[in-house]
Ligand binder design. Structure first.
Ligand SMILES: [Zn+2]
Length: 318
């Protein structure tokens, strides 16, 4: 932490006062961060945390803004976390995904690296893919730029997470030029493993009996576009939304027509609805994880690899 850092503005004085008797005001209360880290970085949700840790190595102390296991769409930030953000060199996030994070970045004036340009660049292709696979359904996805409901889940296409990794290498290198070479090396290794994962998906899903995936939370637009899958969601982009009885009847008919054997679920909330629909339709459920959080020490690659296996089984891929 002794590394000379760019001036931190906005609230630094307040933090000094709050830090009180602490010798070094930049040392926060959660002192499990490696003390030799040059950069202190906040991560708004799991996939950007994964990228920060892979690229940062021992040179970066990464602090998740949201407690582990908490679903980021509606997450709240603790006042302590917001105070800590004032001391962070940069915060990795996606705007229009977690309102609490957007607000905290505004109020603290923290430096932040927004991934939203990836959504801006690819969101319309996702919307067009969805529209093409859902003709006749009630989707208004083809109305140009102005949909506030663009699918945020870009990290489910590993090549798009690799795009963000390039941004993160540039950000860390600018903030900490002494370690730029290390950031570039680790960034290249991460991009290589994301590209290997992408190849696994492409090969693993090349030949399947079916390409429709029935899901609770409609998080798989980017995955579907990349690997030619058609998602049918019960509850839309918001994982907390209750599916309507009409939508459930519609899904039941689509399952019958497609010969699907599996409904993919994630959270305990939606699993209850999905399970009753599955037993009603005579199919099984399997977990497809939107990788918004990480649990059990599994990382992004582990979870995505498990997702691939679940898809291959559920879609009868050869
Ligand atoms: Zn989501």
């Amino acid at each position: 932490m002794s590394f000379s850092r760019p001036l931190i503005v906005g609230g630094a004085v307040g933090t000094l006062l709050l830090a009180g008797c602490s010798a070094d005001p930049s040392t926060d209360s959660t002192d499990d961060a490696p003390s030799d880290a040059s950069l202190s970085v906040g991560a708004a949700f799991y996939p950007v945390q994964f990228v920060a840790e892979q690229i940062g190595g021992d040179d970066v102390a990464v602090t998740p803004l949201i407690a582990g296991g908490v679903e980021p769409h509606d997450a709240e930030l603790s006042p302590a976390t917001v105070r800590e953000m004032q001391n962070m060199d940069t915060v990795l996030y996606l705007s229009d995904f977690s309102a609490a994070v957007d607000d905290a970045i505004d109020t603290t004036g923290a430096r932040a690296l927004d991934a939203h340009h990836i959504v801006d660049e690819h969101g319309e292709d996702v919307a067009a893919h969805e529209a093409a696979t859902h003709d006749g359904e009630e989707h208004a996805a083809d109305d140009g730029h102005d949909h506030g409901v663009a699918d945020p889940h870009f990290w489910l296409d590993p090549t798009l997470l690799a795009e963000y990794a390039e941004d993160v290498v540039a950000e860390f290198s600018e903030l900490d030029p002494d370690h730029a070479e290390a950031y570039e090396e680790r960034g290249a290794a991460l991009v290589a493993s994301l590209s290997a994962l992408d190849e696994d998906f492409t090969e693993g899903l090349a030949v399947c009996e079916r390409r429709e995936i029935f899901v609770s939370h409609e998080a798989y637009g980017y995955l579907g576009l990349r690997y030619d899958l058609e998602q049918e969601g019960m509850s839309g982009l918001d994982p907390e939304a209750e599916p309507s009885p009409a939508r459930l009847r519609e899904i039941r008919d689509l399952i019958e027509d497609s010969g699907a054997t599996t409904i993919f679920t994630e959270s305990k909330v939606s699993a209850a609805v999905a399970e009753s629909l599955a037993s009603d339709a005579g199919v099984t459920t399997a977990v497809l994880d939107p990788v918004e959080t990480a649990t059990n020490g599994d990382d992004y690659i582990d979870i995505m690899t498990r997702n691939l296996e679940a898809l291959r089984t559920g879609l009868d891929c050869s």
